[in-house]
Design a protein around this ligand. Structure first.
Ligand code: NAD
Ligand code: TYD
Length: 357
């Protein structure tokens, strides 16, 4: 294994921080974490690494060409793993501009900087370099209930501003390989869940509201279907693609766990009823409230993950049953993290923990 570091963008977010924690605890080498710390970035996710000098945090914006160029020159990475994005569909409906700025322009600027850095590398570093782009199954649009799952050949048909911005980024990544030869690999993954997910997304939102006796908002008829992947399995897929993926290829990553939203919500309620019983009170599922649907709400996502299993031997190791139970437990046991998010205190963490230390 090369001793050169990897650079991770967006490593203070949900998936990025899980990836960083797993990478460092497995002793896979030094890692530079480049993150803008938007509302979704939370350095408390990385508390366990506070005294670990294989992890270096650098605050910055992927759309800032001078910063990313300087970052690459300073740290001379063997790979750039691009997680940073605006990631929430509902926010993209209310304010799409940030999604274009980070997901499209930001990815473009990062690609440009990576191209400049990579093209000046000597061999064998040049041949070994990788740009790994983390994308989503939402670029493929929506499936009917009886349609076959998305494959890597499925047509792009993004429906939300979020999905369109990610699809644009995927196209740019592809073009940088085709035109300039930049050694890229892309993963298109289904819905992730697990520790450190910001409670604007379905699963953590439902867990927190269920525990606190608040309404559980279910959009539309609750029958929209998502494929759910435990975040640690996504991280292992990314490591497999980084080390063994073929350049210029895309890999679909899924959890073999399609569920209707209402079933996910009811399952969470049942687990909380079991773990935090309230004798004499009704089940938390009485808190479910059907609310107005999301505009343009995709009906179903499903992933055919045969390619990554066939070529790289990867498949998910955690069932939805196991993953959802341990996720509920994690939120029940991490009240301090939740309070930090709730109060906004986590946003002062950089000053508190890093600048004034
Ligand atoms: P997240 O919103 O939790 O975290 C995003 C991180 O990126 C945050 O730390 C934020 O501070 C950082 N960031 C945002 N804009 C930035 C910028 N301009 N420069 C530098 N950093 C910036 O997102 P997530 O759920 O961890 O998703 C990570 C990646 O995985 C995204 O690219 C997303 O599209 C993709 N993805 C997510 C899911 C999912 O279910 N969450 C599924 C498939 C793919
Ligand atoms: P979300 O976690 O936002 O992920 P995505 O939109 O990227 O799939 O939503 C997952 C599903 O849950 C989606 O079909 C929308 C639905 N949903 C609700 O029903 N209620 C909610 O409060 C939220 C946030 C999502």
């Amino acid at each position: 294994m090369s001793s050169d570091p990897i650079i991770v963008t967006g490593g203070a977010g949900f998936i990025g921080s899980n990836f960083v924690l797993d990478w460092v605890s497995a002793g896979l080498g030094s890692l530079i974490n480049f993150d803008k710390l938007t509302y979704a970035g939370n350095l408390r996710n990385l508390d366990a690494l506070r005294d670990n000098d294989t992890h270096t945090f650098v605050r910055g914006d992927v759309g800032d060409s001078a910063s990313v160029t300087q970052l690459l020159q300073q740290y001379r990475p063997r790979a750039v793993l691009h997680f940073a994005a605006e990631s929430h569909v509902d926010r993209s409906i209310h304010g799409p501009e940030d999604f274009v700025a980070t997901n499209v322009t930001g990815t473009f600027r990062l690609l440009e900087a990576a191209r400049g850095y990579w093209s000046a590398l000597p061999e064998p570093e040049k041949g070994a370099f990788r740009f790994l782009h983390v994308s989503t199954d939402e670029v493929f649009g929506s499936l009917q209930m009886d349609e076959a799952p998305f494959t890597e050949e499925s047509r792009f048909a993004p429906n939300s501003p979020y999905a369109a911005s990610k699809a644009s980024a995927d196209h740019l990544v592809r073009a940088y390989h085709h035109t300039y030869g930049l050694p890229v690999v892309t993963v298109n993954c289904s819905n992730n869940y697990g520790p450190f997910q910001f409670p604007e997304k379905l699963i953590p939102l439902i867990i927190l509201n269920a525990v606190e006796g608040k309404p559980l908002p279910v959009y539309g008829d609750g029958l929209n279907v998502r494929d759910w992947l435990y975040v640690k399995d996504h991280c292992s897929a990314i490591r497999a693609v980084l080390e063994r993926g073929r350049t210029g290829e895309t890999y679909n990553v899924g959890g073999n766990s399609e569920r209707a939203n209402i079933d996910v919500v009811k399952r969470i309620c049942a687990i909380i009823d079991e773990l935090r019983p309230q004798p004499g009170k009704p089940s938390r599922d009485t808190q479910i409230r059907y609310v107005t649907d999301r505009p343009g709400h995709d009906r179903r996502y499903a992933i055919d993950a045969n390619k990554i299993e066939r070529e790289l031997g990867w498949k998910p190791s955690v069932t939805f049953e196991e993953g959802i139970r341990s996720t509920v437990l994690w939120y029940l046991n991490n009240q301090e993290w939740i309070e930090g998010v709730r109060t906004g205190d986590y946003r002062n963490w950089l000053e508190l923990n890093y600048v004034s230390r």
